[in-house]
Design a protein around this ligand. Structure first.
Ligand code: ZN
Length: 63
């Protein structure tokens, strides 16, 4: 299951959630006194897997 990271645009609180792709993304901050919009951050775990080729390219360009 992919790990998603969200950050509240209001209180800047970060939250990690393990969700299926089919699950609805989280949208509202869970803090009852906040209720701000959550924005989805790029999942570090997923990015690492997908970006392995890209990272290798980048590395090879270094002197
Ligand atoms: Zn919040």
């Amino acid at each position: 299951m992919p790990l998603y990271e969200y950050q509240c645009s209001k209180c800047e609180d970060k939250k990690e959630a393990v969700q299926s792709i089919k699950d609805e993304p989280l949208k509202i901050c869970e803090k009852s006194d906040c209720g701000g919009d959550l924005k989805k951050l790029i999942s570090l775990g997923g990015f690492e897997l997908k970006g392995s080729g890209w990272a290798k390219d980048l590395y090879s360009k270094k002197p």
